[in-house]
Every structure is written in structure tokens, then in C-alpha cells.
Design a protein around this ligand. Sequence first.
Ligand SMILES: [Zn+2]
Length: 174
Amino acid sequence: MEKGTGRTAKRGEGARRRKMMKCPYCENKKTRVIDSRAVDEGGSIRRRRLCEACGGRFTTFERRERVEVAVLKGDGHLEAYDRSKLSAGIYMACNKRDISEEVIESVIDSIEEEIMRAQSKEIDSSAVGRMVMERLRGIDEVAYMRFASVCKKFDDASEFQKEYGELKQFDRSA
Ligand SMILES: [Zn+2]
């Protein structure tokens, strides 16, 4: 992929509106998400909500804007941003920790918002890693440490090669 090619991002696209989800029964604005799942291959999210005022339940669909940015990996190659990859890494770091899916999804959403706000066509994978760490640090120490250790390891190619070399050596001696 070359710099300067591809679609131009429309201005303001980055401002993903977080619509207030009003209760359809009593119009109260305070609602709680009781279940959320990705649908449409992750393109939308379906949320089951509970109104804190009247106890009414309703479902909302929120469309996700596709984040179109190229991620510059440590080894120098570019790859299209993929929410599922980012999400896999974060879920792995949060594995068995007491962190709800809702919290994790909102971490991912806010990272995507930050990426879109930058309105750049390219972003370093280490910058994305830092965005994740910044957020995880405030949520769960263990998840943060897990993610940070993976990031540091693969931050740049030489580190990766070192790690990989060590693994191979280990293989040989086994
Ligand atoms: Zn209500």
C-alpha cells in the first residue's frame, strides 16, 4: 500500500456520535446495557437495554463506522486495520479478569474514535498498543501488564527477531 492512495476520509467522520439511548416507554435517559453482541460480522452491535426508571427493556442496534486506516507494523509492512485483531488481543489480555464485555467493547470503541479523530491514513501499531495500554492501566493491572508485555516484545522487528531467535534456540536444546 502506498501513502496518499485510497479513499479520502470525509471530515467529521471521526466524530462518531454516541447517541443517547432514551427509553421508548418513559423517555428516561438513564438506561443500562444488559447484553451486547456484535452482529453483521462486527459491523453493528446489538444491545439489550434496561431502563433504570421504569424497568422497561428494549433493543438497540448501533452501526459501527468502519475504521479505514493502514497499520504500520514493527517489521515495516502495512496492513489494513482490523477491529477483530485488536479485539482479540484485548480480550486475551482480559481473559479471566473481572472485566465485562461492555467495558472491553467501549475500550475498543474509544480507541477507534481516537484513530478516526487523527484523520490519518496510517498509524503505527505501537501507537495503537499505547492507546490500549493507557486504557487498560485504569481498568485492570493484570490485563495491562499482560498487554504491555506482549506489546514490548513485538514493538519492533529486532526485538521480535531476538525473541524468535531465543525460541528457536530453546527448540534446539529441547
Ligand atoms: Zn423507562
